[in-house]
Design a binder for this molecule. Structure first.
Ligand SMILES: Nc1ncnc2c1ncn2[C@@H]1O[C@H](COP(=O)(O)OP(=O)(O)OP(=O)(O)O)[C@@H](O)[C@H]1O
Ligand SMILES: [Mg+2]
Length: 240
C-alpha cells in the first residue's frame, strides 16, 4: 500500500528520518512516541502536505506525485483528521457532506451517508449547528465523520480522541475498527494514549527523536519489544 525509503525531513534541524517503512492494506497502524518525535510530520508527508527533504514515497509501488492534478487525485483517496480539527464555518451536516460533494457522489447517497454517520458519532441532534460553535470533542467527532464519509483508502488520524471523554473514545474507536475491518481501509493513527494503540492497532510503530525505533505486531511491541527505549515508553516511563 505504502512504502517509504530513506525519507528525511529537515527544518532547522533533521526532525524525521525513516530508513524503510512498508505499510500493508487493511491494517490499523498505531504510531506512538514522545512529543516532538515527528509523528505529525510523518502523517503530513504521507498525505503529501509536507514534502520530504529527500527520499522516496511510494503508493502501491508507484512514486507519489508531489505536484499538480495527480497529487490531488492521490490526496482524494486519503482522509486526514488533524490534531486540531479544522471544520468549515458551515453547518455540521455540510461539513460531513463536503468530501462527498467534492467527489460528485449522487445526492441520495450523500444524504443517506451523512445522516447515518451523524447518528453513529452521536451528532444527529446538532446536524444544523454551525461547526464553529461546537465543543472540542464535538468538533473531533464531526471531523472523523467527515473524514470517513467518502470511504478513503487511507485514513490518517492525528490524536483523534485527544479531547474526548471515555464514552466518546470508545465510540470513535469502534468506528475506526469497524471501518478498517468492513471496508479494508488502511488506518494510520497517531496517539499519545498507549492503551488506545494497544486496543485498536494491529501493528505499532514507535518513533523517538525522528526515527522509527521499532515496528511490529501490537502485542509484541508491548510484551517483548526489541529495544530498551520502546520498553520504557510502553511502560509509561521517560524516554530520552
Ligand atoms: N513547520 C515547521 N517548522 C519548523 N519545525 C517544525 C515544523 N513542523 C514541525 N517542526 C518540528 O519538528 C519536530 C517534530 O514535530 P511533530 O509535530 O512531527 O511532532 P509530534 O511527534 O507530532 O509531537 P506531538 O506529540 O507534540 O504532537 C518538532 O520539534 C517540531 O517543533
Ligand atoms: Mg503531533
Amino acid at each position: 500500500m505504502l512504502e517509504m525509503k530513506a525519507v528525511k525531513k529537515i527544518y532547522d534541524r533533521e526532525v524525521l528520518k525513516v530508513e524503510h517503512l512498508v505499510l500493508t492494506k487493511g491494517y490499523v497502524y498505531g504510531i506512538i512516541g514522545p512529543s516532538g518525535s515527528g509523528k505529525s510530520t510523518l502523517l503530513r508527508i504521507i498525505n503529501l502536505l509536507t514534502r520530504p527533504s529527500s527520499g522516496e514515497l511510494l503508493f502501491k509501488g508507484r512514486p507519489a506525485p508531489l505536484n499538480g492534478g495527480e497529487r490531488l487525485a492521490l490526496q482524494r483517496k486519503m482522509a486526514h483528521v488533524f490534531q486540531k480539527p479544522l471544520l468549515f464555518k458551515d453547518s455540521v451536516w455540510n461539513n460531513v457532506a463536503y468530501g462527498l460533494k467534492a467527489r460528485s457522489f449522487p445526492r441520495a447517497i450523500i444524504k443517506e451517508r451523512v445522516d447515518a454517520l451523524l447518528e453513529q458519532v452521536g451528532m444527529k441532534a446538532l446536524a444544523f449547528r454551525r461547526a464553529d460553535t461546537l465543543s472540542g470533542g464535538e468538533a473531533q467527532r464531526v471531523a472523523l465523520a467527515r473524514a470517513v464519509a467518502f470511504e478513503p483508502e487511507l485514513l490518517l488520524l492525528d490524536e483523534p480522541t485527544a479531547n474526548l471523554d471515555p464514552g466518546n473514545i470508545e465510540l470513535i474507536e469502534e468506528i475506526i475498527t469497524n471501518l478498517a475491518r468492513a471496508k479494508e481501509i488502511t488506518v494510520i493513527m497517531v496517539t499519545h494514549n498507549i492503551f488506545q494503540a494497544r486496543r485498536i492497532a494491529d501493528q505499532v510503530i514507535f518513533i523517538n527523536q525522528g526515527k522509527v525505533v521499532e515496528m511490529g505486531p501490537t502485542e509484541k511491541i508491548f510484551n517483548e519489544p526489541l529495544e530498551d527505549s520502546t520498553r520504557r515508553f510502553v511502560e509509561g516511563r521517560m524516554v530520552y
